[in-house]
Design a protein around this ligand. Structure first.
Ligand code: HEM
Length: 187
């Protein structure tokens, strides 16, 4: 860790955790997120939010189908912990609502970092959520949203919404990934 920190110091740049708005802004620029994308997210937000419960339920139903993801939602007796699952759906619902606003405020950027740490630095057994499951969960979310847009919007609007949400979700995924690598200066 000390070696890692020394190496990080020799690289010009900043530690993402010390300036999350900048990290997110830079990632948005990198994925080519435009004003038009932000507008497409806001226009499609009502379609997404009308399905909030269905989306969060589908995601967690999916998680409990596979032992590799279900293990994070079990009681000591091996049964699914419904109360915990309900809390998780609630957290995911809040995340979806805030994401739909596409307003990347300072507060939201640190909220995302703290959600990232809740997965990647989870202290209680069975430990951290493996990062590949976070990648998979974003893929599931992208697919579910594309399905809603294809059903409810015209072809052009559906394509614009899918493209814009995909960009934003993967910018968020890059924040989730920060929890899996030692702090490292970036440009
Ligand atoms: C699209 C990807 C995901 C998003 C956006 C997401 C969102 C969230 C949010 C917002 C929280 C609350 C964090 C907090 O309390 O600060 C949370 C907690 C949690 N999530 Fe996720 N999640 C995702 C994927 C997953 C996956 C793949 C799993 C497991 C298979 C998972 C399991 C959990 C658990 C166990 C907690 C509670 C952490 C703790 O023990 O404190 N999440 N999630």
């Amino acid at each position: 860790m000390a070696e890692e920190a020394a190496r990080a110091k020799s690289v010009p740049g900043y530690l993402p955790g010390t300036d999350m708005p900048r990290f997110i802004r830079d990632m948005m620029e990198f994925v080519g997120m435009s004003e038009a994308d932000v507008a497409a997210i806001r226009r499609s937000a009502p379609n997404v939010l009308a399905h909030e419960r269905e989306l969060t339920t589908a995601l967690y139903d999916h998680f409990i189908k596979f032992p590799r993801s279900a293990q994070f939602f079990l009681k000591p007796d091996g049964e699914v912990d419904q109360a915990r699952l309900e809390r998780r759906k609630h957290s995911l619902g809040r995340w979806l609502r805030e994401t739909a606003e596409a307003a990347i405020t300072q507060e939201f950027s640190y909220y995302l970092l703290s959600a990232a740490l809740a997965h990647g630095h989870r202290p209680t057994a069975p430990g951290a959520i493996p990062q590949h499951l976070m990648v998979g969960a974003m893929s599931l979310t992208q697919s579910a949203l594309a399905g809603i847009f294809a059903q409810e919007l015209g072809a052009d609007e559906a394509a614009a919404a899918s493209i814009a949400w995909n960009k934003l979700l993967l910018v968020q995924l890059s924040v989730f990934m920060l929890a899996y690598v030692p702090p490292r200066a970036v440009l």
